[in-house]
Design a protein around this ligand. Structure first.
Ligand code: SF4
Length: 731
């Protein structure tokens, strides 16, 4: 395939070059191509936001006539600093993907849909929701979404219907990270001054694949300026590839390492005493707790040599306060283990010992603009819903730490089977593929009396819905104003229409506004999206027209190092969490065994771990054909296994293996590599699509969710997605 001097193959080879190459500002820019294009002057440029992952990088998209032509990163955007990744470029093509849904659809039989008008869809959904509410109450309705910019409007929608059941993907992604930091420092997502740090430690986090373009730039700036970069991971990840040191740890035991690091720092009296005295609470209790967590004890748990643990503790302390332990995301500090919440708490406490909070080269709370709201006189807000969520989120007796609006998404099928949930709206989410134990998820969602899916392709979930309402592609629509939280100053940005919708699709917010009167909640949606956005921008002194023109506007408030401010009940960094104490949960971080461990003497027994690749965002991007080609060219769908373990099973590189767990079975080819801990195998996430409507992704690879039983962590209800034991045999 050849297009105007650049071959697709060259483009893809460049795309596959890995995380380090993605740091180049000119990388994948189409400047040279555009310069050679005689018609370049005919291009018109619209600033908007990428939708390839949760970063929402600001981009500038050029069109020629009514065609998308190219895109570049927006230079002012704090998230990406003028850069774009391979996913961002590839997803531009999705406007023209033949798999797109072209009009509202109504199910008329097993795997049979008919096209209907928007009016018919709204009317029928309105009637069905009305009947379900009358018979089972508003608490039988739910909404599940990926929590992005439109989240506030989706929340308004479900609350207007009288239901508290607003779910996101938090319990399958990030919840322990958010709650752990909130308990320890009073805010859920610390940022990091990587560029000025002298020591940077990653624990089960891989920003070179779970991409964050600004962080990657800053990490390499810090490293090149002399910071020691250490990656603790069972796998030689992409970020390990740019670090000075990879510490191969037994999966599920990062908590033991952090407790032992704290032990050494306290025992050797090398922690930041002034900071601890002035800004922390409960140090003595914490110090007593970690007395037993010696490096020798931690070596047993983690397989990391005790000398390494002592050395790392000394190096960190020496660099403090300009030392960082990354705040985590989806990995070990996300929802993967039973001890993930304790791990985040322990990382917070080690940060207390390092005295690094709000210091140059340390973690800090990024300033974020405060948006305005619609005038309540003219645009009434729905009354507060007093009922608690059906899954027990927020209920003091069940899951008091799970926030409303997050919920426990993997509980929905069970609640549907029990008859507690009867109708659902699913937006920008695909629980049939992204939740554990698909057979059970399908059974549960099929029990619903009504399932309405908002999507632009027929995902697994859309394929079993009663109605599918097609959202316009992200380059065809406006969304609500976005605030940046990952930059040292405050920014606002906007996703806006670049090209007219190709098909009979609408922006999500428009669908809600038009559907609301049919559901009896029109009074709460008596505005336009422009009106909503103008109200949001008003306190910032920015107009919608300015933002449309610029794409990104910096509204000041730059972060500066200084005195830390903690929003905990004590106003300090809490070694002893007063919130956990109040609800009678372990208030000081302590060792907790993972839920499951592979059998030590069984050569077939492994833990299954998983993670993102730099060119895919889970199942969100795998139907993109250029990204699929990157996977195929590099044979990146394989499952990683250690050479010693592979040899014992007679498995050679490229051989087919059968993996089986308590709930599932599947086959994958082996990538035999010593870049993986012998106790586990690694599966890249996002593959294993089983919707036949997704013609590129269908049938390639397998998903860890096919092997993951439905778990609920006792404190947060998260899915503990790496607590999987698989049996491996040569096929
Ligand atoms: S990191 Fe890549 S996919 Fe994610 S928003 Fe930025 S450009 Fe898009």
């Amino acid at each position: 395939m050849k297009t105007n001097g650049i071959t697709r193959r060259n483009f893809l080879i460049g795309s596959a070059a890995g995380g380090a190459a993605l740091l180049s500002a000119s990388y994948l820019g189409f400047n040279s191509w555009a310069a050679r294009d005689k018609a370049a002057e005919q291009l018109s440029v619209t600033p908007t936001l990428c939708d390839g992952c949760g970063n929402w990088c600001a981009i500038k998209v050029s069109t020629r006539g009514d065609r998308i032509w190219k895109a570049e990163g927006h230079p002012l955007s704090g998230n990406n600093l003028g850069r774009m990744c391979a996913k961002g470029h590839a997803l531009l093509h999705e406007v023209y993907n033949k798999d797109r849904i072209k009009s509202p659809l109504k199910r008329v039989g097993q795997n049979r849909f008919e096209q209907i008008s928007w009016e018919q869809a709204y009317k029928e959904i309105g009637e069905k929701v009305g009947a379900i509410k009358a018979k089972h109450g508003p608490e039988s309705l739910f909404m599940l979404q990926y929590p992005e910019g439109n989240a506030a409007l989706l929340m308004r929608f479900i609350h207007a219907l009288g239901s508290p059941n607003a779910f996101s993907h938090g319990t399958t992604c990030f919840l322990p990270r958010n709650v752990g930091w909130w308990l320890t420092v009073g805010a859920s997502k610390p940022e990091h001054d990587f560029a000025n740090s002298r020591f940077i430690l990653f624990i089960g986090r891989n920003p070179a694949a779970g991409l964050h373009l600004r962080q990657l730039r800053d990490i390499t700036l810090g490293r090149d300026a002399g910071a020691h970069l250490v990656v603790v991971d069972p796998r030689y990840s992409e970020i390990a590839g740019v670090a000075q040191e990879w510490v191969r740890i037994r999966p599920g035991t990062d908590l033991a390492l952090m407790l032992a690091l704290a032990h050494v720092m306290i025992k050797e009296n090398i922690y930041q005493k002034d900071f601890v005295e002035k800004y922390t609470e409960g140090f003595d209790e914490f110090a007593k707790k970690v007395e037993d967590y010696t490096p020798a004890w931690a070596e047993e748990k983690t397989s990391v040599p005790r000398e390494t643990i002592v050395r790392l503790a000394r190096q960190m302390a020496e660099a403090a306060p300009s030392a960082i332990v990354h705040s985590g995301y989806h990995g070990a500090m996300g929802t993967q283990y039973k001890n993930s919440l304790q791990l985040v708490r322990a990382v917070g406490c080690v940060s207390g010992l390092l005295g690094n909070f709000n210091q140059r080269g340390g973690p800090y709370l990024a300033p974020k603009p405060k948006l305005g709201k619609l005038d309540k006189e003219t645009h009434p807000t729905p009354p507060a819903v007093s009922a608690t969520m059906a899954d027990g989120s927020g209920d003091p007796e069940r899951y008091p730490l799970v926030p409303a609006g997050v919920g426990i998404a993997q509980a929905i099928p069970e609640l549907a089977i029990q008859g507690k949930l009867k109708a659902g709206f699913v937006y920008h989410n695909n629980p049939l593929r992204s939740n554990p134990n698909p057979a059970r998820v399908i059974e549960g969602y099929r029990k619903l009396d009504l399932l309405v899916c908002f999507d632009y392709v027929m995902s697994e979930t859309a394929a079993i819905a009663d109605y599918v309402l097609p959202e316009s592609h992200y380059l065809e629509r406006d969304d609500v104003v976005h605030t940046s939280s990952s930059y040292s100053s405050k920014q606002v940005s906007l996703r806006q229409q670049v090209v007219k919708p190709l098909y009979d699709t609408k922006p999500m917010v428009q669908i809600l506004i038009e559907m609301a009167p049919h559901l009896g909640i029109g009074d709460f949606f008596n505005f336009t999206m422009d009106r909503w956005n103008e109200a949001a921008l008003k306190p910032l002194g920015v107009t919608l027209n300015q933002l449309r023109k610029e794409g990104v506007i910096d509204v000041g408030g730059e972060w500066k190092p200084g005195e830390p401010k903690f929003q905990t009940p004590s106003g300090k960094l809490e070694f002893v969490s007063s919130t956990l104490q109040d609800i009678a949960l372990p208030a000081v971080p302590e060792w907790e065994e993972p839920l499951v461990m592979p059998a030590r003497n069984d050569p077939h027994s492994f833990r299954l771990i998983h993670g993102k690749q730099a060119h895919q965002t889970h199942a969100r991007t795998v139907n993109q054909r250029y990204l699929k080609e990157i996977t195929m060219m590099n044979d990146w769908g394989r499952v990683w296994i250690h050479p010693d373990r592979a040899k014992a099973l007679g498995i050679k590189d490229g051989d087919c293996m059968t993996l089986s767990s308590s709930i599932g079975k599947g086959r994958a080819r082996a990538r035999v590599t010593d870049g993986i801990h012998p106790d586990c195998v690694f599966m890249p996430s996002g593959y294993g699509v089983f919707s036949r409507h997704l013609h590129t992704a269908f049938g390639y690879g397998i998903s860890y969710n096919d092997f993951l039983p439905t778990y609920f962590d006792p404190v947060l209800g998260h899915n503990m997605s790496s607590e999987i034991i698989v049996r491996i045999e040569k096929t």
